[in-house]
Write a protein that binds this ligand. Structure first.
Ligand code: ZN
Length: 246
């Protein structure tokens, strides 16, 4: 099976459209979305409807949870909180219902796990080898059949593996072949608001048969998203950071 794995769209329609177009040319068997479909940018309904129309297997992220009322917006910083109130107001009832019914995690082909933040909690972050180590220990005890876990939430590309108790984060290249042994933790990066310092839209293609993994970065017209963000009255800082890739 070939999978396209996407994450953290955050209602950025321009970035999402460019990624979907690229995915269509690669014809994967399935598209997996690791949550945070909405929050921050001005097209929450369109992005939810794109996920529904393209039959994308989605899970809920913390912004999705807050937008549908599962999580208190007090848990967010003031900018995110303001954007979430706007998002919750904009979202159609049917799209809220669809988001609310998404699962917290998904398993594909018995060996692939999709989570938003981490395998032990959907809102926890994996930023370091130490946190990756905690995730591997949790996977071994709670998801013993899993050998590849995709996660999002940090908006940064990441690739960790563990074998015989040591955790390694290789140099962040773009193409890898996963070994037959060991456990892997992979973050495709974010479509809507990458935080790697380079503007663009990020995602991953993974072939579970050949074990080939490819990180992809696409350019899109973020100036249009900036204009729309400002016109919607969303916090200006959300528009500015798109040009910085942070
Ligand atoms: Zn996010």
């Amino acid at each position: 099976m070939r999978y396209a794995v996407i994450s953290d769209i955050h209602a950025n329609l321009e970035a999402f459209q460019v990624v979907l177009k690229d995915i269509e040319t690669l014809c994967p068997d399935a598209i997996i979305c690791l949550g945070d479909i909405v929050g921050y940018y001005p097209n929450p309904n369109e992005c939810v409807e794109f996920c529904r129309e393209h039959n994308i297997s989605c899970i809920r992220g913390n912004h999705d949870d807050a937008a549908v009322g599962f999580l208190d917006t007090e848990d967010f910083n003031p900018v995110a909180k303001e954007a979430l109130h706007w998002t919750s107001w904009q979202l159609k009832k049917e799209n809220k219902k669809w988001l609310a019914n998404l699962p917290e995690h998904l398993i594909f082909g018995e060996t692939l796990l999709a989570v938003h933040g981490s395998p032990w909690h959907p809102y926890a972050y994996i930023f370091s080898e130490q946190e990756a180590s905690k995730a591997f220990i949790h996977l071994e005890s709670h998801f013993s059949q899993i050998n590849v876990c995709f996660f999002g939430h940090t908006h940064q590309r990441a690739f960790y593996y563990t074998s015989k108790g040591t955790v390694t984060e290789p140099i962040k290249g773009y193409k890898y072949i996963l070994g037959p042994q060991g456990l892997y933790l992979i973050n495709p990066g974010s479509i809507g608001q990458p935080r790697d310092g380079i503007p663009g839209a990020y995602y991953v293609i993974y072939d579970s048969l050949t074990r080939e993994l490819e990180f992809r970065r696409l350019e899109y017209d973020f100036r249009l998203t900036q204009e729309k963000t400002r016109a919607a009255g969303l916090p200006a800082m959300l528009a500015e950071r798109l040009a910085l890739g942070f």
